[in-house]
Design a protein around this ligand. Sequence first.
Ligand SMILES: C[S@@+](CC[C@H](N)C(=O)[O-])C[C@H]1O[C@@H](n2cnc3c(N)ncnc32)[C@H](O)[C@@H]1O
Length: 289
Amino acid sequence: MTLSPLEAGPREFTFTDDDFRNLAKLARAEFGLSLADSKKPLVYSRLARRLRARNVASFRDYMTLLAAEAEGEERLELVSALTTNVTSFFREKHHFDSLQSELLPQFSQQRRVRIWSAGCSSGQEAFSTAMTLLAAFPDAARRDMRILATDIDPAIVRKARAARYPLEERAAIPAALQSRWTVTRETDPGFFEMAPDVKALVTFGELNLVEPWPFRGPFDAIFCRNVAIYFDQETQQTLWANLARMLREGGLLFIGHSERVSGPATSDLATAGVTTYRKRPGRDRPATN
Ligand SMILES: C[S@@+](CC[C@H](N)C(=O)[O-])C[C@H]1O[C@@H](n2cnc3c(N)ncnc32)[C@H](O)[C@@H]1O
C-alpha cells in the first residue's frame, strides 16, 4: 500500500486512507455528516483524543470498537468530536426580530403555538426564542405556546436542560430581557440561570435529524441553524424537504448564515429575508425521512 503525504509523517495513531474512507462512510450513513478527503487531517486531530480516551492504538481498532458497541455510546462521541456546539444567545438577531415582527402578531389570534429548535446545542437558541415570546406574551404557557429543542448529542442536551450559563454570556441578551428572565444567585457566582417561566416553555430531547422524527408538527417556526452545514448535499436536501413538511402554511424556517435551502424544498419555501424562508400555501407533502 502506498502512503499519502499525510500518512508519511510520524503520528501517534495509524490512520490510512482506507480507515478514513470507512469512517467517512459510517459518519454519512448514520449521521448524514459529510467528510470530504480534505477533512482527513481535521478528523485525525479531532478523533485522536477519542482513541486516547478509549485506549485503542489505531483508527482500525477504533472502527472495530465502533462496530462492536451495541448501544452506540462511542458513535455519539464521534458526532460530538466531528461537529461543534458553538452557539450563543440571540445569535443572528435578525431572526428573532423577524419572529417578533412577522409571527408574533398572528400568535395573539392562535390557540396553540409550536416552535422547534432543531440542533439546539446547549439551548441558547431555544431560550432566546422563549424570551422573545414571553416579552410579548407573559402568559405564554397558559396560551399553549411551546418550544421543542432537540440535538443528537446527549451531553449537550443535558447541559441545555440545566439552563445554567457563564455570566459572560448574559451580555448578548437584550437588557430588558436579562433583568426579567435571568436569575443570578450568590451561591453560584460566575453563572446565571434562565428564570422558571422561560424554562417552562422549552422541552428538550435527543434526536438525530437524519433518522425518522417521532412527531408530526406542524410548527409555526423552525430554527435549524448551523447544523446542515455538516451534511452532504443529498442529506441537506432531504432535511430541507422534511423541515418544510413540518411547517404550517405561512410558517418560517430560519437557517444558518452560510446555509441555503436547495432541492425539492425550494418549491415549498419562499425567501422571506436573510436565511429566512416562508412555507407557501398548499404545499403539504409526505415524509421522506
Ligand atoms: C453549531 S451547533 C448549532 C447550534 C444552534 N442551532 C446555533 O445555530 O447556534 C450544531 C449542533 O448540531 C448538532 N448536530 C450535528 N449533527 C446532528 C444530527 N445528525 N442530528 C441532530 N443534531 C445534530 C450538534 O450536536 C450541535 O449541537
